[in-house]
Design a protein around this ligand. Structure first.
Ligand SMILES: C[S@@+](CC[C@H](N)C(=O)[O-])C[C@H]1O[C@@H](n2cnc3c(N)ncnc32)[C@H](O)[C@@H]1O
Length: 214
């Protein structure tokens, strides 16, 4: 492992706003971490935390938790949040498969899934963040009428997700295969990570789904 990576690992381990497998946090985020009653939004697979940080700046009246299993990526967002003293942001380093260890029923108001790894169909397809393995977890932790947003450049993943959703009692609130060719009804949709910008520059269309469990 490179020296640079080792340094980053040490930094992320010491960062006060990156929690690694915290204990006794389930149902306790408001009391233990945020010390307010504002609604909690998760970004799943947040990478460098760009979307989480941008959301936190736009919506100071909400709490944000960026989740990823890669500590060195989270460190980028954690550094910005510390520098800008963003009190409504924290990062959680876990595997999303273990979400129920860290969040209780109805603890989360909203979930963003931004540019998830498309992964091939078959065994790996089951690890897609919008597969049958993950959706029931989201359903459990979301409040009634809690909303899930998916943004992706990947046609297959978009179609796959719509197919998976057919198995659930969900209400699709917005569905477009070309987000930036539609009237945008939510300022949060104008946020673009470096990953998204790269795809937009390549003239790839961005697909967007918004849904809630009934
Ligand atoms: C393609 S990147 C997108 C990053 C970011 N959302 C963006 O738009 O720039 C996908 C991210 O999801 C994370 N990821 C994928 N599966 C995960 C899982 N099961 N648990 C935690 N993180 C996961 C990866 O580590 C990676 O950082």
């Amino acid at each position: 492992m490179s020296r640079h990576k080792l340094k980053k690992f040490a930094a992320v381990a010491a960062a006060p706003n990156v929690l690694y497998k915290p204990e006794n946090i389930q149902n306790n985020w408001h009391k233990v971490w945020f010390q307010n009653h504002n609604p909690i939004t998760l970004e799943l697979g947040c990478g460098r935390g760009e979307y989480t940080i941008a959301l936190a700046r736009i919506f100071p009246e909400k709490n944000f938790i960026g989740i990823d299993r890669k500590g060195d990526r989270l460190w980028a967002g954690a550094r910005v949040a510390l520098h800008d003293q963003l009190k409504n942001v924290v990062f959680l380093r876990i595997d999303i498969q273990n979400l129920l260890t860290y969040f209780g029923n109805n603890e989360v108001a909203e979930i963003w899934i931004t540019f998830p790894d498309p992964l091939a169909r078959g065994t790996k397809g089951r690890l897609r963040l919008t597969s049958e393995r993950f959706l029931p977890l989201y359903q459990k932790i979301l409040v009634k009428n809690g909303v899930v947003h998916l943004k992706t450049d990947h046609e297959n993943l978009y179609r796959f997700t719509k197919n998976v959703l057919l198995q659930y009692d969900v209400k699709r609130l917005y569905d477009t295969a070309d987000l930036y060719n539609e009237p945008i009804d939510d300022i949060a949709l104008t946020i673009q990570t470096a990953f998204e910008k790269k795809h937009v520059e390549l003239a790839d269309t961005i697909k967007y789904l918004r849904f809630k469990f009934c």
